[in-house]
Design a protein around this ligand. Structure first.
Ligand SMILES: Cc1ncc(COP(=O)(O)O)c(C=O)c1O
Length: 452
Protein backbone atom coordinates (compact mmCIF):
# COMPACT_ATOMS: atom_id res chain seq x y z
CA UNK A 1 0.00 0.00 0.00
CA UNK A 2 2.82 2.39 0.85
CA UNK A 3 4.30 1.71 -2.58
CA UNK A 4 0.95 2.43 -4.14
CA UNK A 5 0.76 5.71 -2.23
CA UNK A 6 4.11 6.93 -3.41
CA UNK A 7 3.28 5.91 -6.96
CA UNK A 8 0.17 8.02 -6.74
CA UNK A 9 1.89 11.01 -5.27
CA UNK A 10 5.27 10.86 -6.92
CA UNK A 11 4.19 12.04 -10.35
CA UNK A 12 4.26 15.70 -11.16
CA UNK A 13 1.35 15.53 -13.55
CA UNK A 14 -1.02 18.42 -13.12
CA UNK A 15 -4.38 16.97 -12.30
CA UNK A 16 -6.58 19.92 -11.70
CA UNK A 17 -6.53 23.63 -12.07
CA UNK A 18 -7.89 25.64 -9.23
CA UNK A 19 -8.08 29.28 -8.57
CA UNK A 20 -6.37 30.28 -5.38
CA UNK A 21 -5.21 33.43 -3.79
CA UNK A 22 -1.49 33.83 -3.46
CA UNK A 23 -0.51 36.39 -0.95
CA UNK A 24 2.34 38.80 -1.47
CA UNK A 25 3.34 40.18 1.90
CA UNK A 26 0.77 42.90 2.37
CA UNK A 27 -1.20 42.70 -0.83
CA UNK A 28 -3.00 39.74 -2.30
CA UNK A 29 -3.22 38.82 -5.92
CA UNK A 30 -5.31 36.09 -7.39
CA UNK A 31 -3.61 33.68 -9.73
CA UNK A 32 -4.46 30.34 -11.21
CA UNK A 33 -2.32 27.65 -9.73
CA UNK A 34 -2.33 24.09 -10.85
CA UNK A 35 -1.91 21.73 -7.97
CA UNK A 36 0.50 18.93 -8.73
CA UNK A 37 0.99 15.61 -7.04
CA UNK A 38 4.77 15.63 -6.57
CA UNK A 39 6.68 16.57 -3.42
CA UNK A 40 8.62 19.28 -5.24
CA UNK A 41 5.34 21.10 -5.84
CA UNK A 42 4.75 21.23 -2.07
CA UNK A 43 8.29 22.55 -1.55
CA UNK A 44 7.77 25.19 -4.24
CA UNK A 45 4.50 26.31 -2.65
CA UNK A 46 6.23 26.65 0.73
CA UNK A 47 9.05 28.61 -0.88
CA UNK A 48 6.61 31.20 -2.22
CA UNK A 49 4.37 31.33 0.87
CA UNK A 50 4.73 34.80 2.44
CA UNK A 51 3.45 33.45 5.77
CA UNK A 52 5.97 30.61 5.92
CA UNK A 53 8.17 32.31 8.52
CA UNK A 54 5.41 32.15 11.16
CA UNK A 55 6.02 28.42 11.56
CA UNK A 56 9.39 29.11 13.20
CA UNK A 57 7.60 31.07 15.90
CA UNK A 58 5.84 27.96 17.21
CA UNK A 59 7.10 24.94 19.14
CA UNK A 60 6.53 22.00 16.82
CA UNK A 61 6.28 18.68 18.74
CA UNK A 62 9.00 16.18 17.82
CA UNK A 63 8.92 12.50 16.93
CA UNK A 64 11.03 9.99 18.90
CA UNK A 65 13.77 10.44 16.33
CA UNK A 66 13.75 14.20 16.76
CA UNK A 67 11.98 15.21 13.53
CA UNK A 68 9.09 17.65 13.44
CA UNK A 69 5.75 15.94 13.86
CA UNK A 70 3.16 16.57 11.20
CA UNK A 71 0.87 18.34 13.57
CA UNK A 72 -2.65 18.60 12.14
CA UNK A 73 -4.46 19.01 15.43
CA UNK A 74 -4.88 22.78 15.73
CA UNK A 75 -8.65 22.18 15.73
CA UNK A 76 -8.15 20.59 19.13
CA UNK A 77 -5.12 22.24 20.72
CA UNK A 78 -3.11 24.92 18.94
CA UNK A 79 0.67 24.89 19.27
CA UNK A 80 2.66 26.94 21.72
CA UNK A 81 4.04 30.24 20.43
CA UNK A 82 7.72 30.39 21.39
CA UNK A 83 7.08 33.86 22.78
CA UNK A 84 4.49 32.54 25.29
CA UNK A 85 7.12 31.84 27.93
CA UNK A 86 8.44 35.42 27.90
CA UNK A 87 4.89 36.77 28.29
CA UNK A 88 4.39 34.40 31.22
CA UNK A 89 7.79 35.21 32.70
CA UNK A 90 6.94 38.89 32.66
CA UNK A 91 3.89 38.31 34.83
CA UNK A 92 5.68 35.84 37.10
CA UNK A 93 8.31 38.54 37.63
CA UNK A 94 5.65 41.13 38.37
CA UNK A 95 4.09 38.78 40.89
CA UNK A 96 7.51 38.08 42.47
CA UNK A 97 8.54 41.72 42.61
CA UNK A 98 5.25 43.47 43.26
CA UNK A 99 3.01 40.97 45.05
CA UNK A 100 -0.50 42.34 45.37
CA UNK A 101 0.68 45.71 44.05
CA UNK A 102 0.89 44.05 40.63
CA UNK A 103 -2.83 44.72 40.35
CA UNK A 104 -2.14 48.44 40.07
CA UNK A 105 1.56 48.82 39.20
CA UNK A 106 4.06 47.58 36.67
CA UNK A 107 3.86 47.92 32.91
CA UNK A 108 0.66 45.90 32.64
CA UNK A 109 -1.43 46.29 35.83
CA UNK A 110 -3.62 43.20 36.34
CA UNK A 111 -6.73 45.22 37.15
CA UNK A 112 -7.10 46.09 33.46
CA UNK A 113 -5.07 43.24 32.03
CA UNK A 114 -8.00 41.59 30.21
CA UNK A 115 -8.45 44.80 28.20
CA UNK A 116 -5.05 44.26 26.58
CA UNK A 117 -6.79 41.50 24.64
CA UNK A 118 -10.01 43.31 23.82
CA UNK A 119 -9.20 45.00 20.52
CA UNK A 120 -7.36 42.00 19.03
CA UNK A 121 -10.14 39.66 20.14
CA UNK A 122 -12.77 42.03 18.76
CA UNK A 123 -10.96 42.18 15.42
CA UNK A 124 -10.84 38.38 15.18
CA UNK A 125 -14.59 37.97 15.63
CA UNK A 126 -15.66 41.18 13.88
CA UNK A 127 -16.92 42.99 16.96
CA UNK A 128 -16.52 46.24 18.82
CA UNK A 129 -14.05 45.96 21.74
CA UNK A 130 -16.88 46.58 24.26
CA UNK A 131 -18.80 43.63 22.80
CA UNK A 132 -16.15 41.06 23.79
CA UNK A 133 -14.52 39.88 26.94
CA UNK A 134 -12.04 37.13 27.67
CA UNK A 135 -13.13 35.20 30.76
CA UNK A 136 -13.84 31.76 32.27
CA UNK A 137 -14.02 28.73 29.99
CA UNK A 138 -16.28 28.06 27.04
CA UNK A 139 -18.94 25.94 28.74
CA UNK A 140 -19.10 28.32 31.70
CA UNK A 141 -19.66 31.23 29.32
CA UNK A 142 -22.31 29.26 27.48
CA UNK A 143 -24.21 28.80 30.75
CA UNK A 144 -23.80 32.46 31.65
CA UNK A 145 -25.18 33.49 28.27
CA UNK A 146 -28.08 31.07 28.48
CA UNK A 147 -28.89 32.32 32.00
CA UNK A 148 -29.46 35.74 30.45
CA UNK A 149 -30.73 34.90 26.99
CA UNK A 150 -32.64 31.64 27.25
CA UNK A 151 -35.95 32.79 28.72
CA UNK A 152 -38.41 30.06 27.75
CA UNK A 153 -42.19 30.49 27.97
CA UNK A 154 -44.99 27.96 27.49
CA UNK A 155 -45.38 29.02 23.86
CA UNK A 156 -41.72 29.60 23.04
CA UNK A 157 -39.42 27.20 24.82
CA UNK A 158 -37.45 25.29 22.19
CA UNK A 159 -33.72 25.40 21.59
CA UNK A 160 -32.51 24.71 18.07
CA UNK A 161 -29.16 22.85 18.03
CA UNK A 162 -27.17 20.74 15.57
CA UNK A 163 -27.82 17.04 15.94
CA UNK A 164 -24.61 15.63 17.31
CA UNK A 165 -23.48 19.01 18.66
CA UNK A 166 -20.35 18.88 20.81
CA UNK A 167 -21.35 16.96 23.97
CA UNK A 168 -20.67 19.85 26.34
CA UNK A 169 -23.19 21.98 24.39
CA UNK A 170 -25.74 19.16 24.47
CA UNK A 171 -25.33 18.75 28.24
CA UNK A 172 -25.40 22.50 28.85
CA UNK A 173 -28.53 23.04 26.74
CA UNK A 174 -30.40 20.03 28.16
CA UNK A 175 -29.56 21.07 31.71
CA UNK A 176 -30.77 24.63 31.02
CA UNK A 177 -34.03 23.29 29.57
CA UNK A 178 -34.58 21.19 32.69
CA UNK A 179 -33.50 24.06 34.92
CA UNK A 180 -36.47 26.01 33.54
CA UNK A 181 -38.89 23.13 34.14
CA UNK A 182 -39.07 21.89 30.55
CA UNK A 183 -37.97 18.58 29.04
CA UNK A 184 -35.36 18.11 26.29
CA UNK A 185 -37.69 15.56 24.65
CA UNK A 186 -40.13 18.36 23.79
CA UNK A 187 -37.87 21.45 23.94
CA UNK A 188 -34.81 20.35 22.01
CA UNK A 189 -35.08 20.78 18.26
CA UNK A 190 -32.29 19.16 16.30
CA UNK A 191 -30.98 20.13 12.91
CA UNK A 192 -30.15 16.99 10.94
CA UNK A 193 -28.57 16.53 7.52
CA UNK A 194 -30.80 15.01 4.85
CA UNK A 195 -30.72 11.21 4.58
CA UNK A 196 -27.46 10.13 2.98
CA UNK A 197 -25.82 13.55 3.44
CA UNK A 198 -23.15 14.51 5.97
CA UNK A 199 -23.71 18.21 6.40
CA UNK A 200 -26.78 20.35 6.79
CA UNK A 201 -27.91 22.40 3.79
CA UNK A 202 -28.09 26.12 4.51
CA UNK A 203 -31.56 26.37 3.00
CA UNK A 204 -32.81 23.61 5.32
CA UNK A 205 -31.74 25.61 8.37
CA UNK A 206 -33.72 28.63 7.23
CA UNK A 207 -36.75 26.52 6.28
CA UNK A 208 -36.75 24.96 9.73
CA UNK A 209 -36.47 28.35 11.42
CA UNK A 210 -39.31 29.73 9.28
CA UNK A 211 -41.49 26.73 10.11
CA UNK A 212 -40.75 26.34 13.81
CA UNK A 213 -39.51 29.82 14.71
CA UNK A 214 -42.56 30.85 16.75
CA UNK A 215 -41.82 28.11 19.26
CA UNK A 216 -38.02 28.61 19.31
CA UNK A 217 -36.65 30.60 22.24
CA UNK A 218 -32.98 30.12 21.34
CA UNK A 219 -31.01 29.11 18.26
CA UNK A 220 -27.63 27.81 19.39
CA UNK A 221 -25.41 26.49 16.65
CA UNK A 222 -21.71 25.99 16.18
CA UNK A 223 -20.17 28.46 13.72
CA UNK A 224 -18.18 25.48 12.45
CA UNK A 225 -19.43 21.99 13.28
CA UNK A 226 -16.73 20.24 15.29
CA UNK A 227 -17.19 16.85 13.65
CA UNK A 228 -17.72 17.65 9.98
CA UNK A 229 -15.95 21.01 9.76
CA UNK A 230 -19.02 22.56 8.08
CA UNK A 231 -19.21 26.35 8.37
CA UNK A 232 -22.76 27.50 8.99
CA UNK A 233 -24.21 30.55 7.28
CA UNK A 234 -24.16 32.56 10.49
CA UNK A 235 -25.42 35.71 8.84
CA UNK A 236 -28.39 33.99 7.20
CA UNK A 237 -29.25 32.05 10.35
CA UNK A 238 -29.13 35.20 12.46
CA UNK A 239 -31.40 37.04 10.03
CA UNK A 240 -33.87 34.18 9.84
CA UNK A 241 -33.88 33.75 13.62
CA UNK A 242 -34.33 37.41 14.42
CA UNK A 243 -37.12 37.69 11.84
CA UNK A 244 -38.98 35.10 13.89
CA UNK A 245 -38.18 36.71 17.24
CA UNK A 246 -35.70 34.03 18.36
CA UNK A 247 -32.56 34.73 20.39
CA UNK A 248 -29.49 33.68 18.39
CA UNK A 249 -26.20 32.48 19.88
CA UNK A 250 -23.17 30.73 18.39
CA UNK A 251 -20.53 28.40 19.77
CA UNK A 252 -17.45 29.54 17.84
CA UNK A 253 -14.98 27.05 19.33
CA UNK A 254 -14.00 25.89 15.83
CA UNK A 255 -14.59 29.18 14.06
CA UNK A 256 -12.60 31.76 16.04
CA UNK A 257 -9.19 32.30 14.47
CA UNK A 258 -10.21 29.95 11.65
CA UNK A 259 -12.81 31.66 9.46
CA UNK A 260 -13.73 35.33 9.01
CA UNK A 261 -16.45 36.47 11.39
CA UNK A 262 -18.50 39.68 11.47
CA UNK A 263 -20.49 39.25 14.62
CA UNK A 264 -21.39 42.88 15.12
CA UNK A 265 -22.83 43.24 11.61
CA UNK A 266 -24.49 39.83 11.53
CA UNK A 267 -26.16 40.62 14.84
CA UNK A 268 -26.44 37.44 16.94
CA UNK A 269 -27.28 38.12 20.57
CA UNK A 270 -24.23 36.32 21.91
CA UNK A 271 -21.36 34.02 21.03
CA UNK A 272 -18.83 32.02 23.01
CA UNK A 273 -15.59 30.32 22.04
CA UNK A 274 -12.43 28.85 23.47
CA UNK A 275 -8.96 30.25 22.86
CA UNK A 276 -6.96 27.03 22.89
CA UNK A 277 -7.71 25.67 19.40
CA UNK A 278 -6.90 27.90 16.42
CA UNK A 279 -6.05 30.72 18.84
CA UNK A 280 -3.14 28.87 20.51
CA UNK A 281 -3.75 30.19 24.03
CA UNK A 282 -2.69 26.94 25.71
CA UNK A 283 -4.53 24.00 27.30
CA UNK A 284 -7.67 25.05 29.17
CA UNK A 285 -6.97 28.67 28.28
CA UNK A 286 -9.40 31.37 29.33
CA UNK A 287 -12.27 31.70 26.82
CA UNK A 288 -14.04 34.38 24.78
CA UNK A 289 -17.52 35.83 24.95
CA UNK A 290 -19.45 38.26 22.72
CA UNK A 291 -22.60 40.13 23.70
CA UNK A 292 -24.08 42.31 20.99
CA UNK A 293 -23.99 46.06 21.55
CA UNK A 294 -27.79 46.27 21.67
CA UNK A 295 -27.61 44.49 25.05
CA UNK A 296 -24.78 46.66 26.40
CA UNK A 297 -27.10 48.60 28.69
CA UNK A 298 -29.79 45.98 29.18
CA UNK A 299 -29.71 46.31 32.94
CA UNK A 300 -33.02 44.48 33.28
CA UNK A 301 -31.66 41.24 31.75
CA UNK A 302 -31.38 38.55 34.40
CA UNK A 303 -27.77 37.48 34.83
CA UNK A 304 -25.61 35.41 37.12
CA UNK A 305 -23.39 37.99 38.75
CA UNK A 306 -19.93 38.17 40.28
CA UNK A 307 -17.88 41.07 41.58
CA UNK A 308 -15.71 41.45 38.48
CA UNK A 309 -18.82 42.28 36.43
CA UNK A 310 -19.66 45.15 38.78
CA UNK A 311 -19.16 48.72 37.64
CA UNK A 312 -15.41 49.20 38.06
CA UNK A 313 -15.80 52.75 39.39
CA UNK A 314 -17.53 51.49 42.51
CA UNK A 315 -16.42 47.86 42.62
CA UNK A 316 -14.09 48.37 45.55
CA UNK A 317 -16.70 50.12 47.67
CA UNK A 318 -17.82 46.54 48.32
CA UNK A 319 -21.51 47.48 48.39
CA UNK A 320 -24.27 44.88 48.64
CA UNK A 321 -25.99 45.72 45.32
CA UNK A 322 -24.76 44.63 41.94
CA UNK A 323 -24.45 47.28 39.24
CA UNK A 324 -23.09 45.67 36.08
CA UNK A 325 -20.54 47.20 33.76
CA UNK A 326 -21.85 48.17 30.34
CA UNK A 327 -21.13 45.70 27.54
CA UNK A 328 -19.74 42.18 27.66
CA UNK A 329 -17.58 42.96 30.70
CA UNK A 330 -20.76 43.10 32.78
CA UNK A 331 -20.95 39.31 32.55
CA UNK A 332 -17.58 38.73 34.22
CA UNK A 333 -17.65 36.81 37.48
CA UNK A 334 -14.16 36.60 38.92
CA UNK A 335 -10.87 38.42 38.67
CA UNK A 336 -9.22 36.79 35.66
CA UNK A 337 -6.31 34.30 35.54
CA UNK A 338 -3.47 36.61 34.54
CA UNK A 339 -1.02 33.86 33.61
CA UNK A 340 -3.51 32.34 31.17
CA UNK A 341 -4.24 35.76 29.68
CA UNK A 342 -0.50 36.42 29.34
CA UNK A 343 0.00 33.25 27.27
CA UNK A 344 -2.92 34.21 25.08
CA UNK A 345 -1.41 37.63 24.42
CA UNK A 346 1.59 35.96 22.80
CA UNK A 347 -0.62 34.27 20.25
CA UNK A 348 -2.83 37.31 19.68
CA UNK A 349 0.23 39.36 18.77
CA UNK A 350 1.13 36.79 16.12
CA UNK A 351 -2.42 36.79 14.76
CA UNK A 352 -2.36 40.58 14.49
CA UNK A 353 0.89 40.44 12.55
CA UNK A 354 -0.23 37.69 10.20
CA UNK A 355 -3.76 39.08 9.68
CA UNK A 356 -6.80 36.85 9.47
CA UNK A 357 -7.43 37.71 5.82
CA UNK A 358 -4.01 36.46 4.74
CA UNK A 359 -4.35 33.41 7.00
CA UNK A 360 -7.74 32.58 5.50
CA UNK A 361 -6.32 32.77 1.97
CA UNK A 362 -3.53 30.37 2.83
CA UNK A 363 -5.96 28.18 4.72
CA UNK A 364 -8.27 27.85 1.70
CA UNK A 365 -5.33 26.88 -0.45
CA UNK A 366 -3.81 24.39 2.03
CA UNK A 367 -7.12 22.68 2.68
CA UNK A 368 -7.92 22.46 -1.01
CA UNK A 369 -4.45 21.03 -1.64
CA UNK A 370 -5.05 18.34 0.97
CA UNK A 371 -8.40 17.52 -0.61
CA UNK A 372 -6.80 17.41 -4.05
CA UNK A 373 -4.17 14.89 -2.89
CA UNK A 374 -6.72 12.75 -1.03
CA UNK A 375 -8.90 12.69 -4.14
CA UNK A 376 -6.10 11.07 -6.16
CA UNK A 377 -6.85 7.74 -4.61
CA UNK A 378 -10.47 6.75 -4.33
CA UNK A 379 -11.18 3.92 -1.96
CA UNK A 380 -14.33 2.57 -0.31
CA UNK A 381 -12.35 2.67 2.93
CA UNK A 382 -12.69 6.43 3.39
CA UNK A 383 -14.60 9.51 2.30
CA UNK A 384 -14.34 13.21 3.05
CA UNK A 385 -17.43 14.41 4.89
CA UNK A 386 -16.45 18.09 5.09
CA UNK A 387 -18.28 20.21 2.51
CA UNK A 388 -16.40 20.51 -0.78
CA UNK A 389 -17.18 24.21 -1.24
CA UNK A 390 -14.39 26.41 0.13
CA UNK A 391 -16.71 28.94 1.76
CA UNK A 392 -18.51 26.15 3.65
CA UNK A 393 -15.44 24.93 5.52
CA UNK A 394 -12.46 26.16 7.49
CA UNK A 395 -9.02 24.63 8.04
CA UNK A 396 -10.30 21.12 8.61
CA UNK A 397 -11.06 17.99 6.68
CA UNK A 398 -13.02 15.25 8.39
CA UNK A 399 -12.39 11.86 6.91
CA UNK A 400 -14.89 9.08 7.54
CA UNK A 401 -13.06 5.78 7.91
CA UNK A 402 -15.11 2.68 7.33
CA UNK A 403 -12.96 0.17 9.22
CA UNK A 404 -10.28 0.19 11.90
CA UNK A 405 -10.24 3.98 11.97
CA UNK A 406 -8.95 4.39 15.48
CA UNK A 407 -6.13 1.95 14.81
CA UNK A 408 -5.19 3.91 11.71
CA UNK A 409 -5.15 7.13 13.70
CA UNK A 410 -2.94 5.49 16.36
CA UNK A 411 -0.63 4.07 13.69
CA UNK A 412 -0.22 7.52 12.14
CA UNK A 413 0.48 9.03 15.56
CA UNK A 414 3.30 6.47 15.95
CA UNK A 415 4.75 7.93 12.75
CA UNK A 416 4.46 11.46 14.09
CA UNK A 417 1.25 12.38 12.25
CA UNK A 418 -1.07 13.99 14.77
CA UNK A 419 -4.75 14.31 13.89
CA UNK A 420 -7.61 13.21 16.07
CA UNK A 421 -10.27 10.58 16.22
CA UNK A 422 -13.91 11.34 16.96
CA UNK A 423 -16.26 8.43 17.58
CA UNK A 424 -17.75 6.65 15.82
CA UNK A 425 -15.82 6.99 12.55
CA UNK A 426 -14.28 10.44 11.98
CA UNK A 427 -10.58 11.25 11.61
CA UNK A 428 -10.15 15.03 11.76
CA UNK A 429 -7.13 16.81 10.38
CA UNK A 430 -6.52 20.55 10.30
CA UNK A 431 -3.86 22.16 8.11
CA UNK A 432 -3.42 25.35 10.13
CA UNK A 433 -2.07 28.24 8.05
CA UNK A 434 0.00 29.77 10.87
CA UNK A 435 2.30 26.79 11.28
CA UNK A 436 1.47 24.06 8.78
CA UNK A 437 3.21 23.82 5.45
CA UNK A 438 2.37 22.33 2.07
CA UNK A 439 5.03 19.72 2.82
CA UNK A 440 3.16 18.77 6.01
CA UNK A 441 0.08 18.19 3.91
CA UNK A 442 1.99 16.22 1.29
CA UNK A 443 3.63 13.96 3.88
CA UNK A 444 0.39 13.48 5.76
CA UNK A 445 -1.45 12.25 2.67
CA UNK A 446 1.39 9.96 1.75
CA UNK A 447 1.43 8.39 5.21
CA UNK A 448 -2.36 8.24 5.33
CA UNK A 449 -2.46 6.25 2.10
CA UNK A 450 0.36 4.07 3.42
CA UNK A 451 -1.54 3.35 6.65
CA UNK A 452 -4.77 2.60 4.80
C1 LIG B 1 -17.64 22.94 19.86
C2 LIG B 1 -17.18 22.84 21.28
N1 LIG B 1 -17.97 23.30 22.26
C3 LIG B 1 -17.62 23.21 23.55
C4 LIG B 1 -16.40 22.66 23.93
C5 LIG B 1 -16.06 22.58 25.39
O1 LIG B 1 -15.06 23.45 25.72
P1 LIG B 1 -14.56 23.72 27.22
O2 LIG B 1 -14.06 22.40 27.76
O3 LIG B 1 -13.45 24.67 27.07
O4 LIG B 1 -15.71 24.24 27.99
C6 LIG B 1 -15.53 22.20 22.94
C7 LIG B 1 -14.23 21.60 23.29
O5 LIG B 1 -13.47 21.10 22.51
C8 LIG B 1 -15.94 22.27 21.58
O6 LIG B 1 -15.16 21.81 20.59
Amino acid sequence: MAGCASAILAGTKTLSVVSLTVINSGSSLVTDTAFQTGEEFAAAMDARDPLVHFRARFCIPKTKSGDDCIYLCGHSLGLQPKSASSYLDEQLRNWAELGVEGHFHGKTPWIKFHRLLASQTAALVGAEPAEVVVMNSLTVNLHLMMASFYRPTKERHKVLVESGAFPSDQYAVSSQIRFHGFEPASSLLELTPRAGESSVRDEDVETLIDREGDSIALILLGGVNYATGQVFDMEGITKAGRRKGCVVGFDLAHAAGNVPLRLHDWGPDFAVWCNYKYLNGGPGCVAGCFVHQRHAHAWGLPRLAGWWGHDEETRFQMGPDFHPMAGAEGWQLSNPPILALAALRASMEIFSEAGLERLRSKSLSLTRYMEFLLDQHSSPKYSIVTPREAERRGAQLSIRLRAAGRELCDQLAEQGVIGDWREPDIFRVAPVPLYNSYQDVYLFVQRFFGAL
